[in-house]
Design a binder for this molecule. Structure first.
Ligand SMILES: NC(=O)c1ccc[n+]([C@@H]2O[C@H](COP(=O)([O-])OP(=O)(O)OC[C@H]3O[C@@H](n4cnc5c(N)ncnc54)[C@H](O)[C@@H]3O)[C@@H](O)[C@H]2O)c1
Length: 349
């Protein structure tokens, strides 16, 4: 059987991550790579032994790919997707799928009309521990969620400019926000505050260096989202979600572990000090700790590729249509920061 032909548009940081995956796959052909910066496309082409292009339309005409990975920055979406849909090429679009709802909702509608197989780069959906969290959510009523992602400023030049990246919540913490949706269900209202007071002297930096959001989910649960890029050299970095129920708690640490407290099993840990009627001060508890298995990024790519090979997109966990909702969630937080008002999240726009 002839190998399916795969193309890449955008040969930067995340393009490289996907290319490394494709180079390990024997059953696909990397048919062409494209970047408006010719040297970037050339570098990929040498490794992949395929032609390099500066214009994606020329690549489409020349190699007629069966699928494409669109790995361009948040502010560059639009024309590429419309042309890809017009040619009915299944597309994997990196997150966030855009910054302008009018644009990405139109793309979503055209995807629907065309019945195209799509996927997005929200690879945490494929982490093996997600199944543990789903199980936890099914067995306990989660009343509270705390999400925290704190790090430094990524070195892609467009990242620090709000109009180009959307800011940290939209560009980066969207991974965790998407996980919040995946486990908690959809949000109803957000109320966010942002800071611009911590990072000084970085040219062109106009995104929030810290933001804190309150969320009310449709389930009635309340949550917080704290995200910042103020941690110099990663010194104060943090990345976790906590899901609290009256009878148990689950903590998720990205790529590291899920720890479930109060549900039995695991190692004994000293959890907290509580003053009880009988004078006991110390509460001991047991955490069952689960480490992730496999490479969720590879699985994310592979699931899309196999969907194109078989024509069955049902195993894709974050198609374009769903990825749009996570952008709408984060953009609602931005709107709240700008207006100083709570914002209803129009997730079914
Ligand atoms: N899934 C993840 O975990 C993950 C990780 C990092 C980045 N990303 C996302 O991937 C996207 C790209 O990020 P990056 O770090 O690779 O950025 P980057 O700047 O390193 O690379 C983007 C490349 O796209 C090229 N480009 C822009 N418009 C183009 C066009 N019309 N045709 C061809 N090439 C074009 C640029 O020249 C650049 O080389 C962002 O949306 C980012 O949020 C996802």
């Amino acid at each position: 059987m002839e190998k399916k032909k795969l193309a890449i548009i955008g040969c930067g940081g995340i393009g490289r991550y996907h290319l490394d995956h494709f180079l390990q796959m024997q059953d696909i052909q990397i048919a062409g790579v494209c970047d408006i910066l010719e040297d970037r496309a050339q570098a990929f082409a040498e490794e992949a032994h395929c032609p390099a292009f500066v214009h994606y339309q020329e690549m489409y005409d020349a190699v007629r790919p069966d699928m494409v990975f669109i790995c361009i920055p948040p502010y560059c979406h639009g024309a590429v997707e419309f042309e890809t849909i017009r040619r009915r090429i299944p597309m994997f679009v990196e997150k966030p799928v855009g910054l302008e709802p009018a644009l990405f909702l139109e793309i979503r509608d055209k995807v629907r009309e065309a019945g195209l197989i799509t996927a997005s780069g929200l690879q945490l959906r494929y982490e093996s521990n997600i199944a543990r969290l789903k199980e936890f959510a099914a067995q306990h009523r989660i009343v509270e969620m705390n999400l925290c992602r704190v790090g430094g400023i990524p070195d892609t030049p467009w990242w620090k400019t709000r109009a180009l990246s959307g800011g940290q919540l939209v560009e980066q913490t969207i991974h965790q926000v998407d996980m919040a949706r995946n486990i908690m269900g959809e949000p109803e209202t957000v109320c966010s505050m942002g800071s611009h007071d911590i990072i000084k002297g970085v040219e062109g930096f106009d995104v929030e260096d810290l933001s804190v959001t309150l969320v009310r989910f449709r389930s009635g649960a309340l949550g917080t989202i704290t995200t910042g890029c103020y941690a110099a050299n990663g010194a104060a970095a943090d990345n976790k979600l906590t899901f609290g129920a009256a009878d148990a708690r689950a903590d998720y640490y990205m790529f590291d572990k899920v720890a479930v407290y109060g549900a039995g099993g695991g190692e004994e840990t000293q959890r907290d000090e509580v003053v009880k009627g009988d004078g006991r001060m110390l509460q001991l508890d047991q955490a069952a700790v689960y480490r992730p298995e496999g490479d969720c990024g590879m699985l994310c790519d592979r699931t899309f590729i196999e969907a194109v090979m078989t024509g069955d997109g049902s195993k894709i966990r974050s198609p374009y249509e769903d990825a749009v909702k996570s952008v709408l969630f984060t953009l609602a937080c931005n709107e709240s920061m700008e207006t100083g008002q709570p914002v209803k999240v129009d997730i079914d726009a």
